[in-house]
Design a protein around this ligand. Structure first.
Ligand SMILES: NC(=O)c1ccc[n+]([C@@H]2O[C@H](COP(=O)([O-])OP(=O)(O)OC[C@H]3O[C@@H](n4cnc5c(N)ncnc54)[C@H](OP(=O)(O)O)[C@@H]3O)[C@@H](O)[C@H]2O)c1
Length: 248
């Protein structure tokens, strides 16, 4: 097998689920560092609108539902026309869960799997085909969760999607034979709209188990994602846990 050059830093990054929370924090961080950033969610929030005004030439935001494959593909082509070939993809969009498996309707299970696993895999396939078709190489970061590796009540379908995405990450890393660095970041619980459903008893249990006695913050996840997208690295096929050792 011939030896490949290291995969270069991403210069145009697409982030799903960027209207708030961790997605918005990653978009802001990369724009501040001069990276061209495209992002979508179902809602364009005032925060995204403000970033579009601040970075008119290096940003591209759209209102897209990730489960609408056709709409997502149209948006990808719009991004390419404005910013150039997308060589970094962050699969961040997801919906949470707060219901015991026995009380979760089959339609809700399907929706969680569609949003958190099927749609990101379909988007990743579309992105890879366009990237490789142009002879380019790239960086993939899947935002998964500690729930993909450890058990948490009330999160059965959600955990299944995150474990699934961790598994896909490893196989993409192998399948791409060094043309794409594919990794996952697996945060512990952090404060956001998604985790607002956690009750005090669940939060106390997580905090008791975490040596620092505090939750992870999005700001502690952002630099890891940035490193995986931009730095010279041979990290590939990994799921990097960021949870202050709460799950050890
Ligand atoms: N919060 C935690 O404790 C925690 C822990 C570990 C991992 N994570 C993971 O971290 C990532 C970010 O979570 P977060 O806490 O920042 O959640 P969040 O605040 O609920 O944000 C989720 C984002 O995904 C978007 N989204 C949801 N469904 C979508 C759809 N069908 N199409 C397009 N966009 C969609 C939302 O925007 P719209 O609603 O406007 O579409 C929003 O921008 C997720 O992958 C989550 O699983 C979170």
């Amino acid at each position: 097998m011939s030896e490949l050059e290291p995969v270069p830093a991403a210069s145009v990054v697409l982030i799903s689920g960027a209207s708030r929370g961790l997605g918005l924090a990653m978009v802001t961080d990369l724009l501040e560092r001069g990276v061209k950033v495209a992002a979508f969610a179902r809602t364009i929030t005032p925060e995204l609108e403000a970033l579009a005004v601040q970075y008119p030439d290096t940003s591209c935001f759209g209102s897209v539902d990730i489960t609408d494959a056709a709409g997502t593909q149209v948006f990808v082509k719009e991004v390419e026309a404005k910013l150039g070939v997308i060589d970094g993809l962050v699969n961040n969009a997801a919906v949470g869960q707060d219901s015991l498996h026995v009380h979760t309707a089959p339609e809700r299970i399907e929706q969680i799997i569609e949003t958190n696993l099927t749609a990101p895999l379909v988007l990743t396939r579309f992105w890879l085909r366009r990237l490789l078709g142009k002879g380019r190489r790239g960086r993939l970061v899947n935002v998964t969760s500690i729930c993909g590796q450890r058990g948490y009540p009330g999160l059965v379908a959600y955990s299944a999607t995150k474990a699934g995405l961790d598994g896909a990450t490893r196989s993409i890393a192998r399948e791409m034979s060094g043309r794409v660095l594919a990794n996952a970041v697996a945060p512990g619980f952090f404060a956001s709209e998604m985790s607002a459903v956690l009750g005090q008893t669940q939060l106390d249990a997580i905090l008791r188990r975490t040596p620092s006695g505090r939750l992870t913050t999005p700001e502690e996840v952002v630099p890891v994602v940035r490193m995986l997208l931009l730095e010279d690295t041979n990290i590939n096929g990994q799921a990097i846990v960021i949870d202050g050792a709460g799950s050890i």
